[in-house]
Design a protein around this ligand. Structure first.
Ligand SMILES: [Fe+2]
Length: 308
């Protein structure tokens, strides 16, 4: 027979133990299941002149790759079956000094396609543990301040030269041009504003009206830069960095964007003044915050089509 004292203790423990169990189950789901539940999102973007042929852009971002993430590597590699005409990577590919080989492996046959890239802060600086809740009251840009005086500790230059060796355009504070399918595509890109490496002045100026389409590429969707891309006439802006919020609340969405963009545009296709804006929720997470909730990892296939 159970004494009334024991029953009282059980009742008192039931709530905290139940909450702890639910918390552990949620963390297990977020770190093991959802973090590996890769999704492809598809959008049509009406930015071409009438009669021009469509092209497909595969937008990758924020892989934060460590060499052991075999599922991520395998999934990205499989995206070549989509036969994109262009691949754009908007930064934060690395999370480990030995990740360049695995990242190139993940791209695999995609490297034979036209491509372009910018860096994110995590391509330069190795991850360090931070309180994951700090995003609720400030961006992670401040975390880098003490580190910016030191040389980056990840092999970002080697990453850039490897991608350039495959023919991809380095768009870090640079403009560029590629033939993509039958289209003449003009690019403008900036390095990561999250750590103050963006130099829009170096690419400033109106786009070339002779090009079929104009793409603005950046890691962090910072409105002050998006405004300038839009004013210069870029048709479509591509960015990552936000991770879509990474940990979202059902029926509410992201709690924070980790940069200047507003919460409703934390991921997906939206307008920014006269331009279209696509923000990728990204493929990965920092290994120091290895979970996603209500915000699965993703890549996007953007089909550029004629304006209505
Ligand atoms: Fe990232």
């Amino acid at each position: 027979m159970v004494s009334s004292g024991r029953r009282t203790v059980r009742k008192l423990l039931a709530v905290p133990l139940g909450l702890a169990g639910a918390g552990a189950a949620t963390f297990g789901y977020a770190s093991v299941i959802e973090r590996n539940w890769f999704r492809l999102r598809r959008f049509e973007v009406p930015v071409l002149a009438a009669g021009r042929p469509s092209i497909k852009i595969l937008h990758l971002s924020d892989a934060h790759l460590t060499p052991n993430r075999e599922r991520l590597i395998h999934w990205v590699r499989s995206l070549d079956a989509l036969e994109p005409d262009l691949v754009v990577n908007t930064g934060d590919a690395l999370a480990h000094r030995d990740s360049i080989g695995p990242f190139l492996d993940a791209l695999g046959p995609l490297l034979d396609r036209p491509g372009a890239f910018v860096f994110g802060s995590n391509d330069l600086y190795a991850p360090v543990f931070k309180n994951p809740l700090r995003y609720l009251w400030r961006t992670s840009g401040k975390d880098y301040k003490p580190r910016l005086d030191r040389d980056p500790d990840l092999p970002w230059r080697e990453l850039g030269s490897s991608l350039q060796a495959a023919g991809w355009l380095d768009l870090n504070n640079k403009i560029g041009r590629l033939k993509v399918g039958a289209l003449d595509v003009e690019f403008g890109g900036i390095d990561d504003s999250h750590i103050g490496r963006d130099r829009y002045d170096r690419i400033a100026g109106p786009v070339d009206p002779q090009a079929d389409v104009h793409l603005g590429v950046m890691h962090s969707p910072e409105p002050r830069n998006m405004d300038r891309f839009a004013a210069d006439g870029y048709d479509l802006l591509l960015a990552g960095h936000t991770h879509g919020g990474q940990v979202c609340v059902p029926f509410y969405g992201a709690l924070a964007t980790n940069c200047g963009i507003d919460r409703p545009r934390v991921k997906g296709l939206h307008r920014h003044k006269g331009s279209w804006l696509h923000v990728s929720a990204g493929l990965g997470t920092s290994p120091t915050a290895p979970f996603r909730f209500c915000c699965p990892p993703e890549a996007s296939l953007l089909t550029l089509v004629p304006r209505p």
